[in-house]
Design a protein around this ligand. Structure first.
Ligand code: WQD
Length: 340
C-alpha cells in the first residue's frame, strides 16, 4: 500500500482528495496547520471512508517538523495543497503570502529531497494565465499574474520545473484548477470559507440559507452571453479524482508536466445562479454592481491534455455541482466549525 502525504488535507480540495485516495487504497497522512480548517474534517473523512487519517498539526514554516514527518513515515509521494488562497487578501498582505506559499513550499521540497521522496502533485491555478488572449485555454498559453496569490502559484511552478531539470529523477504534476465548486454527495465535507465568501457559489449558497440578503453580481457589461463573467466550474470530486490520475502518472513517469483541470465548459454568473435556484428550490435575489477590480470576462479550459496524458475528464455538470453544494450548505449552514 503506497503512502501519500497530503499537505492542507483538512481543507476543501485536500479533504475531498483524501477521501478519494483512501477509497482507492492509498494510506494517507495529513499535514495541516488548521489555519483555515478544523480537526472535525478528520472525523468527517472517517465517517465517509471508515478510516481516520494519521494527522500532524504542523506548519510548513517549521522545517524541523517536516523532517520529523518524513523520518517517522515512509512517504511515497506528496500532494501539496497547503497555502493561502484569497486573491484580494494577497494584495493587502503580499509578504505573508510569499512567506507562506513560497518559503513554506521550499521547506517541503527540501524535506522531500532529503528523504528521497521525489513524486509530487502540486495544487496550481488557472490564475497563472492572467487575462487569456482567447479561450479555451491551453497549457502552453502565455503566463502572467495580476496578484500575489497567483504569483506564488507561478513561482512554485517555476521552482518545481527547475528542480526537475536539476534532478531528472523527480516527477512533478502541476495541476491548474479552474473554478472548483460543489461538495461530496454525502454532504459531510464541503467548502467553509472564512468570513464573507469571495467566490460566487459559496456566496450564493449563503444567500439560499438566508445568511446573506442578495447576490452582488460584479458587472453585467462584459462581452459574454448575458454580460456577466464566464468561468469553468468543476465539481470538487471530479477535481479530486484528477489528482489520483496525476498520482498514477507521477508513479510511472519522471519530469514535470502542467495539466489543466477543468470541464471545458463556461457558465456565466447568472447561469450559475439559475442552476442553483433549481437545486435549492428558492429564488436567489441579486443586484447588478460595478465590475470587481482584477476580474476577467471569460475563462475556461482546453481539456485535451488531461484526457490524453492522464486519461481523465470531468463527469459532473453544473446541475450536479449546485445540487451537491446546496446539499452540503443546507446540512452545514455555518460550514464545518474552524479550529478555535
Ligand atoms: C467567479 C465569477 C465574479 C462572487 C477565483 C480566484 C482563482 C481561484 C478560483 C484559487 C466572476 C463573479 C463572484 C460574487 C460575482 N481560486 N462573482 N459575485 O474570480 O474566477 O477565481 O477563485 O485558486 O484563483 O481568482 O472566482 O468565484 O470569485 O468569481 O458576481 O459575490 O463570479 O465576478 O465573474 P474567480 P469567483
Amino acid at each position: 500500500m503506497k503512502t501519500i502525504l497530503v499537505t492542507g488535507g483538512t481543507g476543501y480540495i485536500g479533504s475531498h482528495t483524501t477521501v478519494e485516495l483512501i477509497q482507492a487504497g492509498y494510506q494517507v497522512i495529513i499535514l495541516d496547520n488548521l489555519y483555515n480548517s478544523s480537526r472535525e474534517v478528520l472525523k468527517r473523512i472517517q465517517a465517509i471512508t471508515g478510516v481516520l487519517p494519521k494527522f500532524y498539526e504542523k506548519d510548513l514554516l517549521d522545517p524541523a517538523a517536516l523532517q520529523m514527518v518524513f523520518k517517522e513515515n515512509a512517504i511515497d509521494a506528496v500532494i501539496h495543497f497547503a497555502g493561502y488562497k484569497a486573491v484580494g487578501e494577497s494584495v493587502e498582505i503580499p509578504l505573508t503570502y510569499y512567506q507562506n506559499n513560497i518559503a513554506g513550499s521550499l521547506n517541503l521540497y527540501e524535506a522531500m529531497k532529503e528523504a528521497g521522496c521525489r513524486k509530487l502533485v502540486f495544487s496550481s491555478s488557472a490564475t497563472v494565465y492572467g487575462n487569456p488572449q482567447s479561450v479555451p485555454i491551453r497549457e502552453d498559453f502565455p503566463l502572467s499574474t495580476t496578484n500575489p496569490y497567483g504569483t506564488t502559484k507561478l513561482f512554485n511552478e517555476r521552482i518545481l520545473e527547475d528542480l526537475c531539470i536539476s534532478d531528472p529523477s523527480w516527477s512533478v504534476l502541476l495541476l491548474r484548477y479552474f473554478n472548483p465548486i460543489g461538495a461530496h454527495p454525502s454532504g459531510l465535507i464541503g467548502e467553509t470559507p472564512n468570513g464573507i465568501p469571495n467566490n460566487l457559489v459559496p456566496y450564493i449558497a449563503q444567500v439560499a440559507t438566508g445568511k446573506r440578503e442578495f447576490l452582488r453580481v460584479w458587472g453585467n457589461d462584459y462581452d459574454t452571453v448575458d454580460g456577466t463573467g464566464v468561468r469553468d466550474y468543476i465539481h470538487v470530486v471530479d477535481l479530486a479524482q484528477g489528482h489520483l490520475k496525476a498520482l498514477e502518472y507521477a508513479f510511472s513517469h519522471t519530469g514535470a508536466e502542467t495539466v489543466n483541470l477543468g470541464t471545458g465548459n463556461g457558465y456565466s454568473v447568472l447561469q450559475v445562479k439559475n442552476a442553483f435556484e433549481k437545486a435549492c428550490g428558492k429564488e436567489i435575489p441579486y443586484q447588478i454592481m460595478e465590475r470587481r477590480p482584477g476580474d476577467i470576462a471569460i475563462c475556461y479550459a482546453d481539456t485535451a491534455k488531461a484526457k490524453k496524458l492522464l486519461g481523465w475528464n470531468a463527469r459532473y455538470g453544473i446541475d450536479e455541482m449546485c445540487r451537491d453544494s446546496w446539499n452540503f450548505q443546507s446540512k452545514n449552514p455555518n460550514g464545518i466549525e474552524k479550529a478555535q
